[in-house]
Write a protein that binds this ligand. Sequence first.
Ligand code: 5GP
Ligand code: ZN
Length: 142
Amino acid sequence: MTAAHDCIFCKIINGDIPSFKVFEDDKTIAFMDINPVNPGHILVVPKAHASNIFEIAPDDWAACMVNAQKVAKAVQQVLAPDGINIMQANGTGAGQSVFHVHVHVMPRQSGDDLKMNREYIPGDMEEIAQLAEKITTALLEQ
Ligand code: 5GP
Ligand code: ZN
């Protein structure tokens, strides 16, 4: 795996900083977003460092999308949101803030008025931990 020196997601992948991991395979990892747009917001991340959609190897991107589908099904089962956005940002103008490519699985509620370039609002870590456990179980049952 390639890793970038100062990349927060590489540190999560290497276990140097903690995360609420819900899924892992040889090419990807999925963990809870700690500033969730709504409860159950998850990031699907390639293990090999790549900054954005232009750099990621096609097979790593394919693995991210296959696993975003799996994660979305588990989120739907556990939280039954009104909708889910699958989203990926490239560049600051598009709202990218972490330059290790990642796919957002964003549960949505009707009327939540989500903006694409949003401010981070830290979530309740206890709630995030509990949801991580439920979503991990739902993924194992797929
Ligand atoms: P972007 O703005 O690049 O599309 O998304 C970056 C995402 O990473 C944001 O939703 C943000 O909340 C999340 N994030 C930033 N730092 C951390 C972290 O240390 N741990 C976790 N789990 N998520 C993070
Ligand atoms: Zn990285």
